[in-house]
Each structure stands twice: as C-alpha cells, then as structure tokens.
Ligand binder design. Structure first.
Ligand SMILES: Cc1cc2nc3c(=O)[nH]c(=O)nc-3n(C[C@H](O)[C@H](O)[C@H](O)COP(=O)(O)O)c2cc1C
Length: 185
C-alpha cells in the first residue's frame, strides 16, 4: 500500500505531524511525505495555460513530483493545522496548482489519470468550539474530487492549545482507531 502525506504545518515536528505519525505508525505501507513549507511550489497564477495544454501546468517545480505521487497513491493524507479556520496558506498554494486537473476534466473532457484512492484529512486546531472545522469540509471535498479519492474520512482534533499530544491521542483514540481501520480495509 502506498500512502502519500501532504503536511501543511510550518512546524515540521508540530502537533499535526506527531498525531499523523502516531496514526500511521502501525500501518504496513510505503509512506512518502511532502511538507508544504519545504517544497518549492508556487501558487497557481491563473494563466490558463492548462486550458490550452491538457494535463500540463506551465510552472515546472516540485509540484509535478507531488502529483506523480498522488496519482499512484492508495491513500492521500492531507494533514494541516487550522490557520484562520482553513488549511494553511502554503498547503492551499500547493492545492491551487491542481487547477490543471479541473481543466483536464471540464475543458478537455478527459478522465483524471489518477488511480481510485482514499482521502484522509487530519486537522488540528487550537480552539474548541463546535463549528470550527466547517470551512475545511468544502475544501477537502474539492481536493478529493480532483484526485479521484472517492472514499474519505476526517480526523478533526480540537483544543490543541489546552492539551498535550499524548492527552489528545488518548481523547481521540476511538476516532484514530476508526481511521486506521478505514485505511487498512
Ligand atoms: C497563523 C495561525 C493561525 C491559526 N488559526 C487558528 C484558527 O483559526 N483556529 C484554531 O482553532 N486554531 C488556530 N491556530 C492554532 C493552530 O491550529 C494549532 O496550534 C495547531 O494545532 C498547530 O499545529 P502544528 O503544531 O502542526 O503547527 C492558528 C495558529 C497560527 C500560527
């Protein structure tokens, strides 16, 4: 099984990474992680090159490797802290480049050449209120539509400002076990 993680945290060993590592540690898989704040990927510049050139982006940088990995993955994990109620800026910059897949499907009317896969969203947020993850939901849905991830699950962890990582892992144990089974099934 191939798992590809796109980690959106500016803190390479932050809470999001520690929880993601805990969740994936007992899964027998080849795991590749791309760190949104380390890769060299510019945001989409809306030049519409991809509307004239199917399956291609005019900007050549680390994005092409991320898409090659996403295409071949059985599971894509989007792991990010909540920043201003959304994914982090740099993760959204990477994601914006997926516009070439939108063009491929709707302008060029071609199938997206990505194997069918699962999508797992892991978000950590410092705050603690009911609707704090609402803005994430339409965003990850669009992303998973673009990359052919039909089966999806989310692990949404609140109150990271109040609790330590071991305490959070204990509080969210049932949800973590559910996601591990979802990945393995
Ligand atoms: C710029 C910035 C914006 C943030 N915005 C939110 C927010 O809107 N809601 C929230 O609950 N937490 C917010 N936080 C807190 C982080 O989501 C939280 O500390 C997270 O667990 C950190 O994960 P990390 O250690 O992987 O970076 C923000 C933190 C930063 C630095």
């Amino acid at each position: 099984m191939k798992i590809v993680v796109l980690n959106g945290s500016p803190q390479k060993n932050g809470i999001t990474k520690q929880i993601t590592d805990y969740l994936l540690k007992n899964i027998n898989a080849e795991i590749t992680t791309h760190y949104a704040y380390e890769v060299n990927v510019k945001a989409c510049i809306a030049c519409h090159y991809c509307f004239k050139h199917p399956n291609e982006c005019v900007i050549k940088d680390d994005f092409q490797q991320i898409m090659t990995d996403f295409a071949q993955a059985d599971v894509v994990v989007l792991a990010s802290p909540l920043h201003f109620s959304s994914f982090t800026g740099q993760l959204l910059s990477v994601i914006s480049r997926m516009q070439y897949l939108f063009a491929l499907k709707y302008e060029h009317k071609q199938e997206i050449p990505f194997k069918n896969k699962k999508g797992v969203t892991i978000i950590t947020g410092g705050n603690d209120y009911k609707s704090m993850f609402d803005a994430i939901k339409p965003v990850d849905s669009i992303i998973y539509n673009h990359i052919n991830a039909k089966k999806r699950q989310r692990l949404l962890i609140k109150a990271t400002d109040q609790y330590s990582v071991p305490e959070l892992i204990e509080q969210y144990q049932a949800e973590i076990i559910d996601i591990i089974s979802f990945i393995k099934e």
